[in-house]
Design a protein around this ligand. Structure first.
Ligand code: PGA
Length: 252
């Protein structure tokens, strides 16, 4: 179902005490915001999940993980399964973030398996896609993003796809302070929606929530979220500053 979402990706930041403090500074004010039309998702380091899920409902947010295993269980030292996430009341999980693709060599096959693991456990994947700078400069950005979407989620039925959120994150914009222009963001979001319409149908495409990520901040969120095909944001750096994150949440 299409809805406005702001998701904070804390990445590998904050010790337990620091996370506790940041959570408090975000969660307290969230309680008093009118968030009827916006879903807020916090994706902290999964080690701290319980501290978040314990207070999530009364503070108007949902909890997401940043990663999960592509296997269901067994001898995979250090891994966390989708079933484990579910048993900790986690509702969302990032899949295919460019940092995982790049630093952990996660390929399309593995990402599609992660999507399947999550859906089997009733967790909504937030499927990330996006091109690197060279792809954009050589005008290959639509092909690259199309391929990522095709290989990551187009094996799903329309019903399954309804539980997926897509996040378009141009890699050159992540953590760089170089945000995609409104035209660039709208163009790619419309392209993604159109791909879904072609593969499934217009109704499925219209129901898809597509987030923008990549140096989205308290200053530019309003302009980005006002775009026709942008339904919110996946926020990295700015989600670590309570005041900024709360401003972004109110940018619809
Ligand atoms: P950023 O990161 O907002 O710091 O650019 C976004 C992300 O990686 O999800």
């Amino acid at each position: 179902m299409r809805r406005n979402i702001v998701a904070g990706n804390w990445k590998m930041n904050k010790t337990f005490e620091e996370a506790d403090e940041l959570l408090f500074n975000i969660a307290e004010p969230l309680q008093n915001l009118d968030l009827d039309k916006t879903e807020v998702i916090l994706c902290p380091p999964v080690l701290y999940a319980e501290m978040f899920t314990d207070i999530a409902i009364e503070n108007n947010f949902s909890v997401g993980a940043q990663n999960c295993s592509n296997h269901s269980l067994g001898a995979y030292t250090g891994e966390i399964s989708a079933a484990m996430l579910k048993s900790m009341d986690i509702e969302y999980c990032l899949v295919g973030h460019s940092e995982r693709r790049k630093f952990f060599n996660e390929d399309s096959k593995m990402l599609a398996e992660k999507v399947d693991q999550l859906l089997e456990n009733e967790i909504s994947p937030i499927f990330c896609c996006g091109e690197v700078l060279e792809d954009r400069e050589s005008n290959n950005h639509f092909d690259i993003v199309g391929k990522q979407i095709f290989e990551g989620i187009f094996h799903l039925t329309a019903e399954e796809l309804d539980n997926v959120v897509v996040a378009y994150e141009p890699v050159w914009a992540i953590g760089t302070g170089k945000t995609a222009s409104p035209d660039q963001a709208q163009e790619m979001h419309a392209f993604i929606r159109n791909l879904i319409a072609k593969k499934y149908n217009q109704e499925v495409a219209d129901d898809m929530t597509i987030l923008y990520g990549g140096s989205c901040n308290a200053k530019n969120a309003k302009e980005l979220f006002a775009l026709k095909d942008v339904d919110g944001g996946l926020i990295g750096g700015a989600s670590l500053v309570a005041e900024d994150f709360l401003k972004i949440v109110q940018s619809f």
